[in-house]
Write a protein of this length. Sequence first.
Length: 249
Amino acid sequence: MNNQPPPPPSDDPGSLRSPIRPTRPPTELPPKQTPLPHTPVPGSAPFPSASDATNPVDALELLRRKMENAAGEFASGKLNRAQFNAVYGRYSEQRSIIERLIQRDPQNDAWKAVATPGHTRYLIDHFESRPLYYLVFLHNRPKPLLWGGKQPPDGSTIIQILKTLWSMSNRPKAGIARKEVKNGQWLLIVVGENAVTLVLFSLEPALLQLNRVRDMHADFERANRVLLERGLISPERLVFPQRAIVEGL
């Protein structure tokens, strides 16, 4: 196995290649990886469908409750901004059309067609933010310890972020930031005492996704603290919870 550290990031995304993993013992079963959580459909459990209502007034009330629930799901970090806008907009459109229909003719059953469910799950899946790539750096070392994924970020963007971070005179021992980059993608930066993890997402990540990456980096720092303090920074000797970020891609 080549013990040389991986090459530094560059402007060429193709230069960010995945390192060779250490070989597992033949008797060891591969660990089951937990993917980043999928977001549940807002209102799917607590509320029936608006199409189940027996009259348009009840249908409007159900839609309103679903809109409130979507706001709560966003506040709790289960929905990202794009998911919330799409789902809330869908409920709002249904509500507006039903209100206009019953205003024109309260006896018309056309509102039932508008209340038909079926689009919310699609919107949730379509606007879910997915991790595309990650890198782990020790502070003030331009060569990444570990990286992986199928779509690397722009190398110049990574270099600029690292230069800015490492030039800070009062760099925090723990922190998290996110930055919109090209094509609507977002870069998550999680800073620890010894290292920094960067993750490229397809869209703005939800709060729960941010928290999970933050926890992974904290676990990396905790698990490897003794080795890092002794200067034993060979990737083959360290453990990387961050592997689970893009496992299976």
